[in-house]
Design a protein around this ligand. Sequence first.
Ligand SMILES: CC(C)(COP(=O)(O)OP(=O)(O)OC[C@H]1O[C@@H](n2cnc3c(N)ncnc32)[C@H](O)[C@@H]1OP(=O)(O)O)[C@@H](O)C(=O)NCCC(=O)NCCSC(=O)C[C@H](O)C(=O)O
Ligand SMILES: [Mg+2]
Length: 359
Amino acid sequence: MPASQSAKDFFRPLAVGAPTPLTEIPFRPSRAIHFFDPSNAKMAAKIPAMVGTVDVLLGNLEDAVKADNKLAAREGLITIGRETDFGPTQLWTRINSLDSPWALDDLTALVEGIGDKLDVIMVPKVQGAEDIHYVDRLLAQLEAKAGLDRPILVHAILETARGMANVEEICGASPRMQGLSLGPADLAADRRMKTTRVGGGHPGYLVRQDPATGDEAGINAARTTYQQDLWHYTIARMVDACAMHGIYPYYGPFGDIADVVACEDQFRNAFLLGCVGTWSLHPKQIAIAHKVFSPSVEDIAHARRVVAAMGDGTGAVMLDGKMEDDASLKQCLVVVRLAEQLAAIDPELKKQYDAIEVG
Ligand SMILES: CC(C)(COP(=O)(O)OP(=O)(O)OC[C@H]1O[C@@H](n2cnc3c(N)ncnc32)[C@H](O)[C@@H]1OP(=O)(O)O)[C@@H](O)C(=O)NCCC(=O)NCCSC(=O)C[C@H](O)C(=O)O
Ligand SMILES: [Mg+2]
């Protein structure tokens, strides 16, 4: 909440006739936010058949859509939105950046055309709370005009150094804030990092084993190196800011579509650090995201054992030589609850999770 605003005003609609803001952002599984270009006829044709196979379908209007295709992408998304029954799958969009020639018309046309179908609007290159305040008021006006009865939520991409520095105020800028994603490519450029990739690691970012001896021979001898995670600090900051404000953090794009192994590693790092999902740029990344962002059968079995052993949730017990207490119970409950939420929307997972026997 901005410092200048009173608590009672925070949840008031920002336009007469706009829907009342939510006081809590509901958790809806969003393991993969699948990007498609609505101006690409081949890709767009595949979207109706992808309903139910992925948690979120996102019509991308920003980067990766050619300037000449911006209007076709916007119109294409409106057509897909109107003609498709999305069932359990969420429909999101990524609009163009707020300083671009397209953002205003993106918001106006999308809310008027498919505001009743859109769950979340992703805003790229968010710099600070002022960007969210602008979108917040404009959406309220457009929702009122379109007669919508539920607010469209807002998701910010962190892809500038200023946005990172303002991450907490961005998360708390509006009751519409649903979550954050990392935009590693734009962020790297803005920070003047020397990477040239879309997400993932870099072989030059490493630590090296100490030399066995301090002389030239030791220094020049073979020494083990370990590649480090370029994104650890950024993702951890993002996760804390989201948790503090009751909203959801996501990893972003992994551009090396062919490297499914490193993609899985990057997604898993984000999952373990607290992210609830990631972007998928190509159909083959959906299965990777679903696998990683759904707790494993082994983790659920262990978590359920701890829950059962902890009884009323207080005190300490020994399980397999390890101490469990109130705090490890809370971690296990995070896993158990996530499993329940995912089982409710994914029949295949439900079967696997229901079959787990708690020893
Ligand atoms: C990455 C791609 C350009 C690859 O496309 P293509 O060369 O066509 O791949 P394939 O030949 O392997 O495709 C096989 C079939 O699958 C269809 N396809 C491909 N991608 C998608 C998709 N995303 N959704 C639905 N269907 C898809 C192809 O049409 C092929 O169909 P068929 O010929 O009938 O078999 C492409 O995947 C792509 O453009 N993906 C999306 C890229 C994107 O959205 N980028 C923006 C997000 S990342 C970013 O913006 C950076 C971030 O902001 C930051 O700052 O870090
Ligand atoms: Mg970007």
